[in-house]
Design a protein. Structure first.
Length: 500
């Protein structure tokens, strides 16, 4: 269990490409090593740091000017493509060259030799062909993200077969719509169900979201034509409320039109090479993030699979081994901390046991995480705790009710209220409760946002930030963003390829 951590209280690519980065295979510092200071940062004004026991406190007055000037980081896909004739990587948007194809065979041989010395096979990205749809690495990463607890995201897969935030089938949408309309005094259950089924049965889950207004008009015309637009808007809104996953909503509107998105969110799509590109990104250890001072000094944090769930049952373990495990263990991978979040920890456990059968260890810098949204999903923690990961975390977001979490063996808890037009209420007492639970167990606590519908003392809390993510608007004692101490490193030895 981690007892010391820093608290910020503000009241298809070539296989040898992976080894291009000048990176070192260094591990994370031990969990019980005490941080005596956060790294000094070169900024125009450095916040003061006060030592108080096991926590480091940032003086909120010292950095208020920074957070007030906070700028939103745009989630732009870095759409790149590899052209053999040109031997370089270019950005379709700018045409600017952002890398070279290792400048010939001699350099390739050097890189492969360096991998061999470290016992890492040079062909770790030569993926076997699978029956699942596989696409080239275009528009594949989000270098820079507005998610406050990570620096970047990388998606070896995209899409998800469904969860509590996204309907797994049309039947689920039908049943929910029947229940809600029946509650609004449409008492003929059988007739209501038949009308809704007739309008939805020929559509996919995503088509229902896109065509919700058209569908609502047809249903309303049969139920009560006299209510007109009011009933249409009510039905369309109730359909939309089934779709709460931002990844699914983005894919629904951009899939098949924008590079980097699969055609359908329901179809899990493989993207070999994405993680390899992310491994090449520069090391951030010891550096400042002026707009996100709570991440100062940490290695680069990379959220794995924010646009789907790579632990979906259809994703082959061979693919995950080569795309995730091998990349995290590659020369560039150990410089970063990879945050692998899933709503299917039982599948993550099966994958870990599959690795164990082959004598493969779980990398220390690959954090195993699962999502908790209510008491109904707390059981996911049981499977997570059995994964051999050194660090384990919970993303308690969106939180829909007060929960008591079994935190033994957990290192990090992220909490957040729901955002979006159909956000459920987020009572601040739930956040206080989880903060206290984490304090009692010595677990790092990170409050991401209060959501779009926060409640304090039984009354709506009016915030300017539509996601409730600006902590200058929060109560002072909730302005807490912590990371496990084991995420910090005391040294930063990097492997550098000889120039000759």
């Amino acid at each position: 269990m981690i007892t010391n951590f820093a608290r910020l209280n503000m009241h298809s690519f070539p296989p040898f490409l992976l080894s291009l980065a000048a990176a070192g295979a260094i591990g994370l510092c031990a969990a019980n090593e005490k941080i005596t200071n956060l790294p000094a940062c070169e900024t125009t004004r450095e916040p003061s740091l006060q030592q108080t026991g096991r926590h480091n406190h940032w003086n909120s007055n010292e950095i208020a000017h920074e957070t007030k000037k906070k700028q939103k980081v745009k989630n732009k896909h870095e759409s790149t493509h590899y052209t053999k004739n040109e031997g370089s990587f270019r950005s379709p948007q700018s045409g600017a060259e952002i890398g070279t194809c290792l400048r010939g065979l001699r350099l390739e041989q050097k890189l492969l030799g360096a991998l061999e010395k470290r016992g890492i096979p040079g062909d770790i990205l030569r993926l076997p062909q699978k029956s699942l749809k596989s696409t080239s690495c275009r528009g594949c990463e989000m270098k820079g993200t507005s998610i406050s607890w990570t620096d970047d995201t990388a998606n070896p897969t995209a899409g998800c077969p469904g969860c509590e935030l996204w309907p797994a089938s049309i039947i689920q949408v039908e049943n929910d719509l029947v229940r809600r309309l029946r509650d609004d005094a449409y008492n003929n259950h059988s007739e209501l169900a038949n009308i809704i089924h007739a309008q939805l049965q020929e559509h996919t889950v995503e088509e229902v979201l896109k065509k919700r207004l058209e569908i609502a008009q047809k249903i309303a015309a049969q139920l009560d034509p006299l209510q007109g637009d009011e009933l249409v808007d009510k039905i369309a809104s109730q359909i939309e409320s089934n779709y709460r996953c931002y990844a699914g909503i983005l894919t629904t509107h951009r899939g098949g039109k924008t590079d980097g998105y699969p055609r359908s969110f329901a179809e899990v799509t493989l993207y070999p090479g994405r993680m390899a590109v992310a491994a090449l990104w520069g090391d951030l250890t010891g550096q400042c993030r002026p707009q996100h001072p709570w991440r100062n000094g940490l290695p680069r944090l990379i959220f794995v699979s924010d646009m789907g769930d790579s632990l979906s049952i259809k994703v082959p373990f061979e693919f995950l081994k080569e795309e995730v495990i091998d990349v995290v263990l590659s020369p560039g991978g150990p410089r970063h901390i990879w945050l692998w979040l899933t709503k299917r920890p039982e599948q993550m456990l099966k994958f870990d046991r599959w690795l164990q059968e082959q004598g493969i260890e779980w990398p220390d810098n690959l954090v195993a995480m699962t999502t908790i949204t209510s008491s109904k999903t707390i059981s996911r923690i049981t499977s997570l705790l059995q994964v051999r990961a050194k660090f384990k975390g919970l993303s308690v977001e969106p939180l829909w009710e007060e929960v008591e979490l079994p935190l033994d063996g957990i290192d990090w808890v992220i909490v957040g209220g729901e955002s979006g037009p159909h956000a459920k209420p987020f009572d601040l007492t739930w956040a206080y409760s989880l903060r206290n639970q984490c304090d009692a167990k010595g677990v790092a606590f990170f409050l991401k946002q209060l959501g779009a519908n926060p409640v304090e003392n039984g009354k709506p809390l009016e915030l300017k930030d539509m996601h409730g993510g600006d902590w200058n608007e929060w109560p002072h004692d909730l302005r807490v963003r912590e990371f496990p101490q084991g995420f910090y490193r005391q040294t930063n030895k990097s492997y550098e390829m000889e120039s000759k």
